[in-house]
Design a protein around this ligand. Structure first.
Ligand SMILES: NC(=O)c1ccc[n+]([C@@H]2O[C@H](COP(=O)([O-])OP(=O)(O)OC[C@H]3O[C@@H](n4cnc5c(N)ncnc54)[C@H](OP(=O)(O)O)[C@@H]3O)[C@@H](O)[C@H]2O)c1
Length: 294
């Protein structure tokens, strides 16, 4: 039995679909049973913040997909560390043999925001017993639907990366990689950096979004410090805003610009282009709410 956590999220939902289409035995861990019903598979109620709920969730589970959205920390502490360590403990106690974990590209000791948090969880998982595989994605194309990490000023997309490109990856492709790993023997002890097929600048992204929406969506360069100041003014905790600025400075050096062959290697097909992603999500894009910073 495969347990999918974060099952109602951007990766978990297509992963459940992919596993069902392969005929794999799958159970989704959800916080809200009603929300989980739409997944069309067995569900179990579980919450990373309630370790006792993870015990029944892991019952009969052989393989675990470990993922969840990171809540915005008020004080810089990442709840994800405590939450995912609890899930790893429960998996080990239940005799889970394999864990496929969603991490982040450049996860490293001392990294800002998710980069440092995922590094700590990766290290914990590596020392915990079950076989592991780490998925380290580049930025998600879905950020342009959810607004996570995609900001606007006066309706224009904010480029805090100084024109540097990012090799955004579609969460459907991350899910396809996870499905291949969870149903096959390969990838034990491996870390895969997952990217899309090309790296795009904000100017190119704005052009592609404009073409799909049939109206011009502009973009504006905002230096990282100014983005941080705008976020603070919106009530975002200062430390979080500063970390966003620091990450933006790193991306501006081209840290997310490379592309890898991992999606093709794991799934046997090319990753989706940004244009293909937009075409498949045109309706959602029309109603997407970017985080407006001024
Ligand atoms: N966004 C990016 O560009 C990017 C890039 C690289 C890596 N990542 C990493 O990818 C991961 C997923 O990020 P995402 O924001 O896209 O999230 P997501 O996959 O959409 O995940 C949200 C899911 O987590 C579940 N969840 C949240 N809190 C939970 C809790 N306490 N217990 C159980 N389930 C919980 C949510 O359930 P409900 O439906 O109940 O809310 C939902 O199913 C994060 O670890 C992030 O660091 C993100």
């Amino acid at each position: 039995m495969i347990l999918v956590t974060g099952a109602t999220g951007s990766i978990g939902t297509p992963l459940v679909r992919a596993l069902l289409s392969r005929g794999a035995p799958v159970k989704a861990m959800v916080r809200d049973q009603e929300k989980g019903r739409a997944l069309g598979c067995a569900t179990v109620v579980g919450d990373f913040d309630d370790p006792a709920s993870l015990v029944p969730a892991m019952e009969g589970v052989d393989r675990l997909f470990l993922n969840a959205g990171g809540a915005q920390p008020a004080d810089g502490a990442q709840p994800m560390i405590r939450q995912q360590k609890a899930a790893i403990d429960a998996a080990r106690a239940a005799g889970v043999s394999r864990v496929v974990k969603v991490s982040v590209w450049h996860a490293r000791r001392g990294g800002r925001l998710a980069e440092g948090a995922h590094w700590e969880i990766e290290e914990y998982l590596k020392a915990s017993g079950p076989a592991w595989t780490m998925l380290q994605p580049s930025g998600f194309m879905q950020n342009f639907l959810t607004g996570a990490g995609a900001f606007t000023v006066g309706g224009r997309l904010v480029d805090a990366y100084g024109g540097a490109p990012v090799s955004y990856v579609d969460c459907d492709d991350i899910a396809a990689c996870a499905a291949a790993l969870l149903t096959g023997p390969h990838g034990l002890g491996e870390t895969y950096v997952l990217t899309g097929p090309q790296a795009l600048t904000y100017a190119e992204i704005a052009r592609e979004i404009s073409a799909v929406l049939g109206r011009t969506v502009g973009q504006v360069q905002l230096p990282p410090d100014e983005l941080a100041a705008a976020l603070r003014e919106k009530g975002v905790p200062a430390r979080f805003a500063d970390d966003v600025a620091e990450l933006s400075r790193q991306v501006a050096t081209g840290s997310l610009a490379a592309t890898t062959t991992a999606v093709r290697d794991l799934t046997g097909r090319s990753p989706r282009t940004f244009g293909e992603f937009l075409a498949a999500n045109a309706e959602a894009l029309r109603s997407s709410l970017f985080s407006t910073v001024s």
